[in-house]
Design a protein around this ligand. Sequence first.
Ligand code: PLP
Length: 395
Amino acid sequence: MSKRAAPVAPVRAKDRFLVFGAPDIHDEEIREVVSTLESGWLGTGPRVARFEREFSSYVGAPHASALNSCTAALHLSLLAAGLRPGDEVITSALTFCATVNAVIHAGATPVLADVDPRTMNLDPEDVARKVTRRTKALLPVHFAGRPCDMDALMAIAQRHELVVIEDCAHAIETEWRGRHAGTIGDFGCFSFYVTKNVATGEGGMVVNRREEDAFRIRVLGLHGMSKDAWKRFGDDGYKHYQVVAAGFKYNMMDLQAAIGIHQLARVEPAWRRRREIWNRYDEAFAGLPLTCPAEPDADTRHAFHLYTVLVDETKAGLTRDAFLEGMTQEGIGVGVHYLALPEHPHYRETLGWRPDDTPHATRIGRRTVSLPISPKLTDEDVSDVITAVRRTLGD
Ligand SMILES: Cc1ncc(COP(=O)(O)O)c(C=O)c1O
């Protein structure tokens, strides 16, 4: 419970509840979806092709393949990388379950490294300690939109001849020393889930360098059917296809790309708005018993995807879960990114992971709270979040 003694009206009444991560949808997206519906081509088609071109040009990658989620993007990148049963993939203990589930579905074994407590990103020294003869890939996650130390991670990858697959679910705008996240390793996997910086409802993209990998990802993403199978019902006549692999149903639809094209066109103003909100939170929370996110690092670009505060019971006088509850009662939607992966029973039971093995990720996961930072927030919404935080802390 919050520290407030007497019940008072919440900052926002139930009918004005501030939904965490609500997407910022404009008329352009709505009109494009309607035109797509009217065009009769709802599935993978010309709008997906346009979204791929515009996305690859935005991040500066030779190839971009649109899929129906970042989870699919991770899965197919791991398959394109040629992983086999017994191979190990090192990733962060502080990530969404999809990161390691994709490794498991590709038949390999995920191995966790701990995070740096300041950046919350993979600690390269711990990664180096986890490399074995079986390690085949590194899977860095650019947590909250802050780039990982890609120089250190690429050096480890080069030394041990490892494939690097970047989980860029939070990192559409992220840059590391002038290079766009997703273009530094061999594959970059992006998410367009509803709460993400570019939202299509569900959606994902792989960017990569080698033509043959992009081809394999496209084929595996549409049942394993041969090239351009999506055109088979087009206006230049029926096309036979050949099944060349047992693939998956991971293709993006034009209906999703219709939203993505316009979201991507506004990616920069949306980023600037999130940066403004981030700065307002930093100022407002400076004197409070909370740990705010570290400053963005020099010579990098932070995507400002998540604003995560740490609630330490001994300083704040309430537990993290009580803080979550207090914010919800105040009418503000909050999130948790993330409980460290070893906290989940499936991984403890099947892979023997223990919370104590990655202590920084575990400590963060037990204290972290994500506050709303969608570009849809008005100045008044941001003030309401700040008031709710103060009241929940009894300030
Ligand atoms: C770090 C991370 N990786 C992967 C994913 C999976 O993305 P998707 O929901 O598009 O499959 C997410 C989604 O929340 C994520 O946050």
